[in-house]
Design a protein around this ligand. Sequence first.
Ligand code: HEM
Length: 478
Amino acid sequence: SRGPPGPWGLPLLGYLPFIDPVKPYVSLANLAQRYDAGIYGISLGNVKTVVLTDAKLIRHALNREECAGRAPLYLTHGIMNGYGIICAEGIRWKEHRRFITSALKSMGMVKIGGSRDLLGKRVMEGADQFVKIIKEKFAQGEDAIDPAPLLSHTLGSLVYDIVFGKRYERDDETWVWLQHLQEEGTKLIGVAGPLNFLPWFRFIPKFRDSIKFLIDGKNKTHDLYREQLKFYMDSGLMGGDTHLAGAYLKEVKERTKTGNVSTFTEPQVLHALADIFGASLDTTNATLKWFLLFMALHPEVQSIVKAELDEAALARDERNPRMSDLSCCPYTEAAISETQRLRSVVPTGIPHGAIQDVEIGGYIIEAGTMIMPLQWAVHTDPKLWGNDVMQFNPERFLNSDGRISKPEYFIPFQTGKRVCLGEELGRMLIFAFASAVIFNFSVSVAGDEDVESVLEGDCGITLNPKAHKLIFKPHLPI
Ligand code: HEM
């Protein structure tokens, strides 16, 4: 048996010292150019890693049961202890993946049907909040605005409502605190951070503090969620099919009655709800920040999107976009896809772990190996996308009759056994905010921004643009 080829590393550290800590995905993608099969092996500290950069191999590997585990990372296994859904494996993962998928369907995360319309309307109303706040700011003479905190609040409270059935006011102390934890947490938990690979790093003060922050944060947020669940149980108000917390409580009640609690225990439910909140918010938030930035930098694209949205609204004789417009606004959808391609929000991909030895691309991957589907390499490969691969060009997602066309090697949600289970909700959230903003405002970059640097971004678990301000000019007088 032989493993995939790869570079030599140092004892203990492996290849880690040669990876740019700011842009690990770029180092890993550059390294791929030495190994033309689209697969190579490296050691990251004590974690054996196989990096996949070929879309076909990625599709093949992520479809295999043997590759459906998670990587043995300290931050995921050490902090989450295998609870929840993102880090779970085996029976726990299967039960909760099935449960959450079906609960989200009942809440309206379906491609067609009446419940989708309800969820669509709810999501659109969440996006209107964003528009409303920007208009207020504009009326007060504030023209250059940092979109990040406003997105974090409006998108965040919408997602919180979907998961926990509650909305917070913008200045609520608990809510401000929760947003802060969420943001700092995702910064600290970078997939390629050294803590994951060198467990002894946790004795270094800086890292010890990060871990303390993460664990304290986890415990305190769980206290908050537990209180919310207790309220629903005591009051019997489980919220119909309007939030995931209620769905979980009903399931637990049912299972307790029939003596089949299985993995539906309190810590598991808390971790699962926290996972869904984080997984939906961080990814859509980062995507929207990139989208608004690209719109601001490409006025010609922005005006085509605006015209398309106008036409769709006009056809319905209405003054605002609707979720159903997603199916008749291919250019807008293409602009969103192009955003997801040019700035993969999880550039290293969310790694898997091999549960058993498995052969991929003619090489043996041993049980316990981390499998990294390097989205960045696939999404910036000139052999797939052409020489203008680093340019923002939505047209590459349109076919000759103007319809949306997404190639198989476009994998922002990954593929296979653990493919993002919230893809449809993610698409709805992004379309709602993207369409509401472009419909209402002309967006441009504030004059004094260092665009190059903003575009480089900051990479934690997700890749976000660096802080920046945009100018939102209402299309209609307000
Ligand atoms: C732009 C939006 C989003 C992007 C780019 C995105 C991307 C991803 C990726 C790359 C994965 C890893 C899949 C794998 O391991 O093979 C993932 C997993 C996951 N996503 Fe999303 N996601 C988005 C939105 C959402 C939303 C809205 C939800 C809410 C339900 C969600 C819930 C999850 C969950 C629970 C997992 C773990 C699945 C598992 O381990 O079985 N995501 N997502």
